[in-house]
Design a binder for this molecule. Sequence first.
Ligand code: NAG
Ligand code: NAG
Length: 383
Amino acid sequence: MELFKAPSLLVLVILSLTLCSSTSKSVANSMSSSHNPNKGAYWPSWAINFPPSAIDTTLFTHVYYAFLSPSNITFKFEIDHPTALLLKDFTTTLHAKNPNLKTLFSLGGASEESSIIFSRMASSRETRKSFILSTFEVARKFEFDGVDLDWEFPQTPTDMKNLARLFHEWRVAVKKEAKATGMPQLLLSAATYYAPEISLNNIYREYPVASINKNLDWINAMCYDYRGSWDVSATGSPASLYDPNSNVSTSYGLQAWIKAKIQREKLVMGLPLYGRTWQLKDPNLHGIGAPAVDVGPGTEGQMPYVEVEKFNAQNSAMVVFDLSTVSTYSVAGTSWIGYDDYRSIALKVAYARGLELGGYFFWAVNGDQDWKISREASRTWTL
Ligand SMILES: *[C@@H]1O[C@H](CO)[C@@H](O)[C@H](O)[C@H]1NC(C)=O
Ligand SMILES: *[C@@H]1O[C@H](CO)[C@@H](O)[C@H](O)[C@H]1NC(C)=O
């Protein structure tokens, strides 16, 4: 069963563009910025059933290898043989399929260990230098177009100050390296929190937006994981565009980056290709925010979009598109899954374009089902 709590998608897209246009110059102007969007996707290197050759490279402009981490002693990359083969295959395969596609390798990820390594690496000029030079070695050896820093997350104002220094020294070094080698400058990007200010663990810190504008090509704002297994007491939309009751939403985060004066074309909106699941307390109470008792199906309450579609079909789930949050959820018995489908993705992409952002990216590329979501996003940007 499908419930449509919404008028037609096209009306919604137009509505969404109109809503955004109060903060941008005009709808007409925002249309003119629709060329060359950054359409990114992360490829998890542990996705053994989904090799780089499986990626539809017509749908993306940038694909990220996830992840590498530097040594916690030298802050250089020590690439073992199996990893070297993976890196080489990644760039060779993707460049052969689409020579215009840019490949980047992403550093870190959501592990606490790599966050600690980055904090120590960024804390002195000496260690920053070792790290930076080692990123160049990896990039050139394996023929990447750029590097993406995925530090989740800088913990303190001092970390943020050091991050600004790192970005500055990295950019200076990138220019110097390009001049010395005659190669194009390596691209520099960073994955960030969904908003420019973080107050996790009761420590307030802000991203160095001026340094980002000056030194990075763009940032990937991780506009997801707003709700999940860390709170099983109630269902929640994991990546809602709007949240009437809090600032934890994609619209809030993107607008906050703009208020913090990020250059709009350097802001790239994150989109999840996975859902988060809960087990309902009472199958008759199944809205967003309904009482729950545990995580639902999937791995630790998480499920790739392709699995969500399978689960919905196998369990004849009720699928609800919720316009107030711009998100989708499905219910089957006490199983509850919050996720993004083609409708919420289209509205979010239209929203990002209306704000004249740089583009969007997905975590992670292997979660799509027959390119349904990636194609909808790509088409919506150029609509
Ligand atoms: C570096 O990582 C290793 C392996 O995880 C760990 O045993 C060691 O304590 C770490 N060293 C430092 C200086 O953090
Ligand atoms: C949301 O953010 C605004 C502006 O940053 C702030 O004034 C307000 O108190 C915040 N609201 C909540 C519920 O945190």
